[in-house]
Design a protein around this ligand. Sequence first.
Ligand SMILES: [Fe+2]
Length: 303
Amino acid sequence: MSFSIVHLADPHFGGLADLAHIEGVEALVPDLEPRVIVVAGDLSQRARHGELQAARAFVRELERTAPVYLMPGNHDVQWWWRPFLPFGSAAKYAKYRTYFGPALAPTMVFPDAIIAGALTSHGVAWGSLTPRLRDIAVKGHLPKREAKRVKALFDAAPPAQTRVLVVHHNVLRGDLSARMGLARWRQAQRRIVESGAEVVLCGHDHQEKTELLEGRVVVCCTGTLSTRSRGGRPAVFHRVVIEEDAIHVEWYRWEAEQRAFRRSDVHAFARTRTAGATETAGAAAEAAGAAAAAEAAEGSRPV
Ligand SMILES: [Fe+2]
């Protein structure tokens, strides 16, 4: 079994989208031969029609290679519509749905994997409020009902399917931002672990990070395709390769001189399969650097 996912987030179509990055992704993705492509939110900057239309054209291009899994990020939610009303909150998502269909956190099922989403972008909502005014409509939260829904999906899935969870907000603390994407993040992390997720794909922080949560859940926070990479660092997106005995998270980093993404780092996590269930045993190797970078520099194809 080898199931690969291209994992992108935060293109921010509108003033911030970097068209060289967008075109670089479009050029490379067919060679990566993903089974599915995940775009983990913030397709737009202000949820404007033109931005969402550009995002839809990008998605249509990606769909020529593989099915595309989408969910809205905080920038795709028109939170200024019905900002504090608990009822009628559907208005916040109406424009996103016009271009990408009714499902905000859909489920995709493959023989080797189930990909489920949990909506964390709720605009101005009680669950996302923090003491910081700047967090309004930026922070997300993972409601109990969303976590329960995902857990039920994962519980019902056959053992052969790897459980992959998509959320927009970063589940790990950003290294440069020093920020969590989710309010009440300890509770959210606990809910994610309890859901049975084996891999989590997220974005929002605009800095790539791959780590194990609670020693067993592989969490991938991918970078942005926009001009707002954290600390002015080169853009990064991920390819996640799930195999019987290991999960590899490959980082593809923008190389300005070549005007192309190249594989730069590989994080490998061993898995053990016990009586129909699979556990991630821990980080087998974090080959961040030399070997993978040298290999990538030689232009070798990903394994
Ligand atoms: Fe975001």
